[in-house]
Design a protein. Structure first.
Length: 249
């Protein structure tokens, strides 16, 4: 099975102008971590149709991309996501989705008209996502692109269900982390030697005029993670550089 690459797209001018705090990035990143994955990218953009279309298209060109998108699928004039998805990923036209129509009519009765029923206008290939809170349907395309409400109470249970289907078996990641009292350039040659199966990061910081760097090594291969990390430990001991080991949570 190909390695999936996950992207979060959070649509909402109200987040960028600080009228609301984003809750999606933290939830999605933690939910993926539990499965042994991480985000390849996260975007917060304003309610601009051209920007929404361009961002969705950009993400769709990435290899094995899975898009988790939040916001803009309601029935108000500033809810552009449904039309933008049709233009970015389908034939550019919205169609009345009969199942969505029935759900909205059953849930809202006469109040489904004239505006809420517009939420049943979806891209041609759309499949519905169940909304556990108010039943107003979200939707997906190709089991890769998922478009959910901006309300965390509605969308986060959807994310959990989506990830359980896409990632039925949790992947174990073996990670080792240290913080050394030195600059990160001490490790550059080692970094250049890291195998592609090893994820590594170097995070420098300056505290009280003293340089520190946190080195984190991770891999699905337990043995490879350990021997790669040991090379950093050996270098630190060789150069007599003070360091501490950290527990990963």
């Amino acid at each position: 099975m190909e390695k999936l690459h996950f992207y979060a797209l959070i649509i909402g001018t109200e987040i960028l102008n600080r009228r609301r705090e984003d809750a999606h990035f933290d939830f999605v990143s933690k939910a993926l971590k539990k499965k042994g994955y991480s985000l390849s990218g996260s975007f917060i953009i304003e309610d601009d149709p051209k920007l929404i279309i361009q961002t969705i298209r950009c993400i769709s060109t990435q290899p094995h991309a899975v898009l988790l998108c939040f916001g803009g699928i309601g029935s108000t004039p500033d809810d552009y996501t449904r039309q933008c998805v049709a233009k970015a990923l389908d034939d550019g036209i919205l169609y009345l989705h009969q199942e969505a129509q029935k759900i909205i009519e059953k849930t809202l009765g006469n109040n489904a008209y004239p505006h809420p029923i517009n939420m049943a206008m979806l891209p041609k290939r759309a499949k519905l996502l169940y909304n556990p809170i108010n039943q107003m349907p979200a939707f997906s395309l190709d089991e890769r692109y998922f478009f959910m409400p901006g309300f965390p109470q509605m969308s986060h249970p959807m994310v959990t269900e989506i990830l359980n289907k896409l990632i039925p078996n949790t992947k174990t990641i073996y990670r080792h982390t240290l913080t050394a009292q030195c600059k990160e350039n001490v490790f550059i040659e080692l970094m250049e030697q890291m195998p592609k199966e090893v994820e590594f990061s170097s995070l420098p910081k300056l505290l009280n005029n003293t340089w520190y760097v946190s080195i984190s090594i991770a891999s699905e291969d337990k043995h490879l993670a350990q021997i790669s990390f040991d090379k950093y430990l050996d270098l630190l001991k060789e150069k007599n550089i003070f360091y501490t080991l950290e527990d990963e949570k």
